[in-house]
Design a protein around this ligand. Sequence first.
Ligand code: FES
Length: 110
Amino acid sequence: MTASVPLCRLDEIPADGALSVHVDSATGGFDLILMREGERVVAYHNECPHQGRRLDYAPGRFLVRDQHITCAVHGATFRSGDGYCVSGPCCGSSLATVAVHVSDGLVYAR
Ligand code: FES
C-alpha cells in the first residue's frame, strides 16, 4: 500500500452511507469500508468478526442506518464511529480498523 495514493475523494463517501474501496497489495489486496462523520473518516476491513464474511449485501452496497452498519449475513450491527458491535452474534467485538487521514479533500491510508 502506497501512502501517497488516495483511496478516494472525501465527497465520494455518502454522509449517511458507506463506500467500499479495494486496496491493492502484493498478496492481492483487500477491501475497506469507508464511513464519514463530516470531515472525519473511519475505515474498516470489510470482514465481519462473526464469521469473517463481507458485510455488504451486494458488492459495495451496505446496510447503514442511524450511524450504524449492519452485516448483511447474520445481522451484527456496528457503530460507525468506532466499529464496536452493539448487537448480533458477535456483540462486544469490533470491526478491524485501518488508520486513514484526509488531506485536500482526499482520503489516504496512513
Ligand atoms: S458474518 Fe456478519 S453477522 Fe455473521
